[in-house]
Structure formats: C-alpha cells, structure tokens
Design a protein around this ligand. Structure first.
Ligand SMILES: NC(=O)c1ccc[n+]([C@@H]2O[C@H](COP(=O)([O-])OP(=O)(O)OC[C@H]3O[C@@H](n4cnc5c(N)ncnc54)[C@H](O)[C@@H]3O)[C@@H](O)[C@H]2O)c1
Length: 314
C-alpha cells in the first residue's frame, strides 16, 4: 500500500516514514523544507529513507495545489497522513497569517485532493493545543474545545472542523489524532527537551517560563508512530482520538529528569509564563485504548534518556 505523508522531513513525519518503509509500505513524502528550523536537520532526518527505493520525496509546499494534484495523479496513494504544518505556539503569535494559510488552507488542499482521487483514509495530525485552557482534566475528545488560546491551537481546531466537514459532505473517511507534546530523537529544536539538553550540555542558563509548575503530557515519538500505524490498520469512518501518555509532568520535573540522565545540574533563569502557553496538558486515552488497542509503552525516564543522548551528539 502506498501512503502519502506530508511533513515527512519533520520530527514526527520522518519517524513515521522510516517505520512505514520498515513495515514494507511505499511512501510518497511531501515537505517544503522551510526554515522554521534549520532545513539541514530535516535533510538529516530523511537520510536513511532517501536510500530506500520504496520512498519518493516531493519537495513541495502544501499551499501549491497544482503540484499536489500532480503528485496525487502520478503516485496514486491509497491513504494520506497529513502532518505538514507550522508547529509551535510562540511563533504563531508572531505570524498568525502564515499559520492560518499553511495549517488551514494547506489542510483543505489535501482534503480536496483526497476526495478527488478517492483516498481510502485521511489521517490528520492534530494537537492537544486545541483544548487550550479547558477546565475538564484529563482532556477528553468530547470536550467542547472552546478554550483555545493560541493562533496555533486555533489553526489546528479550524483544520479539524474542515476534516469533519469533508467526512460529512464527501464521505472522506477521516481520523483526527490529537498528539500530546511529542518528544524523542530528532525532536523539534524549539521544544523544551532539545533546548534544555543543549543548555545543560553547554553549561548555559536555560529559560524556565513560569515557576515550573506548568505541566505537559510528554509522549514518546515511537508511541505516536505506533498510534498512527494502528490507525492505518483500521477501517474507521470518522473518529477523533487523543494520543498522549496520560501522565502530566511538571516543567521542574522535566528539568530534574534531564539533569538526572545527563548527570549534570541545570542553571535556571526563571521568566514569566509566555503568552499563548497553557497551564497543563493531560490526555484521557481511553478512546485510543478501546478503538485502536493502543497505549503508550515508553517510560518517561527511558524516553528522556534516548532524547538527551540524541541531542548530546551535536
Ligand atoms: N511535536 C509535537 O509535540 C506535536 C504535538 C501536537 C501536534 N503536532 C503536529 O504534528 C505534526 C508534525 O509536527 P512536528 O513536531 O514533527 O513538526 P516539524 O516542524 O518537525 O514537522 C513539520 C514538517 O512539515 C513541513 N512543512 C511545514 N509547512 C509546510 C508546507 N507549507 N508545505 C510542505 N511542508 C511543510 C516542515 O518543513 C516540517 O518538516 C504537525 O502537524 C504538528 O502540528 C506536533
């Protein structure tokens, strides 16, 4: 089976691509290698995939509808996993228009072509950010989600609505997977695990936003990839499913965990909480267990060890 993966050169996309190739799928990857972070990292992420004859790389922007149409026409993928996006809460506050274009219009391009070319299943990589500062904890898929605070969260929630409307109007079978703070090797350089590891390694001050009590449901990338693979194995009509760890870790405990695996103390510079950041994320994962037979398998300390080891290489 041929799977089209958008955002294939990114953190999650490259891990998914490697795993799909390992499992014998053909993969058509779409990525524009933009400079939100160093594109050399994205090239490096695909180093092994690029050697595989079952992998076809298309260096295209999801906003370029004509080029995407050519790809669908030529490659005839059976299923689509749409991960290409502008990720990151803080940058979305600086450039909300770009986030709306790529994350909303880009998603609608993929949806439209999926309908036109008879795609069997559309999987959308959404985010815990759509829950915003909801009071219902842990976050459940049936939450009304009216507490979004960042433009990034708003763009992802808007895209979710388009996914649902394409299922309702064009019967495009679609699954929305809401990922919770994904970490692991190749992790995005703008996220805390990468920033903190590098600061500790270089004996520099790390910036802690808030007093350390804010918390995130860190989910190891291999678990996220397992969840996507399990979804690809199903023939579901439409579902929204959280993929999280069901274990919210305070920022101060993240720092302690990284200090422990690195055997070094952090120098902490505490600054006020950032605009757009939520206080807590925490996933209810009963639906993933029940529908996908999925649950996270990687313990936080083990995952963080592999993550720090990866970042210490550079
Ligand atoms: N990492 C997380 O913690 C997390 C959490 C929740 C949701 N997500 C979602 O998962 C997906 C992947 O995130 P990631 O952390 O791997 O980010 P990433 O930035 O590493 O990967 C995204 C990839 O998409 C590509 N891309 C961006 N705009 C594009 C465009 N216009 N055309 C083509 N390609 C484009 C980028 O070049 C990049 O390689 C995103 O949709 C993100 O919103 C990530």
């Amino acid at each position: 089976m041929k799977i089209l993966v958008t955002g294939c050169a990114g953190f999650i996309g490259s891990h998914l691509t490697d795993r799909l190739l390992e499992e014998g799928f053909d993969v058509v990857g779409v990525d524009d290698f933009n400079d939100y972070y160093d594109p050399k990292i994205k090239e490096q992420n695909l180093q092994s995939a690029k050697k595989n004859r079952q992998f076809k790389l298309c260096r295209k922007d999801v906003l370029d509808f004509t080029s995407l149409e050519e790809i669908f026409k030529k490659e005839k993928p059976a299923k689509v996993v749409h991960l290409a996006a502008r990720a990151g809460v803080r940058a979305s506050i600086e450039n909300p228009l770009l986030y709306a274009k790529v994350n909303v219009a880009g998603t609608v391009h993929l949806l439209k072509l999926s309908v036109d070319f008879g795609i069997k299943q559309f999987i959308f990589g959404s985010s815990s950010s759509i829950y915003g500062n909801t009071k219902r904890i842990p976050f459940s898929e049936d939450d009304i989600c009216d507490s979004v605070i960042s433009p990034y969260g708003a763009s992802k929630r808007s895209a979710e609505f388009f996914v649902e409307s394409f299922w309702k109007n064009y019967h495009l079978k679609s699954i929305i997977l809401r990922f919770f703070t994904v970490y692991g090797p190749r992790g995005r350089p703008d996220m805390a695990p990468a920033l903190f590891t590098k600061a500790i390694l270089n004996k520099e001050e790390l910036t802690q936003f808030g007093n350390g009590s804010s918390s995130r449901d860190y989910t190891y990338v291999d678990d996220i990839v397992n969840g996507i693979i399990k979804t690809l194995e199903q023939d579901l009509d439409f579902e929204i499913i959280n993929l999280g760890n069901n274990n919210s870790i305070a920022l101060r405990d993240l720092i302690k965990a990284i200090e422990k695996v690195m055997g070094k103390k952090a120098k902490i510079n505490e600054v006020p909480m950032q605009q757009g950041d939520v206080e807590k994320t925490w996933a209810n994962i009963n639906k993933a267990k029940y529908i996908l037979g999925w649950q996270p398998g990687v313990k936080f300390v083990d995952g963080m060890k592999k993550t720090s080891e990866y970042f210490c290489q550079f």
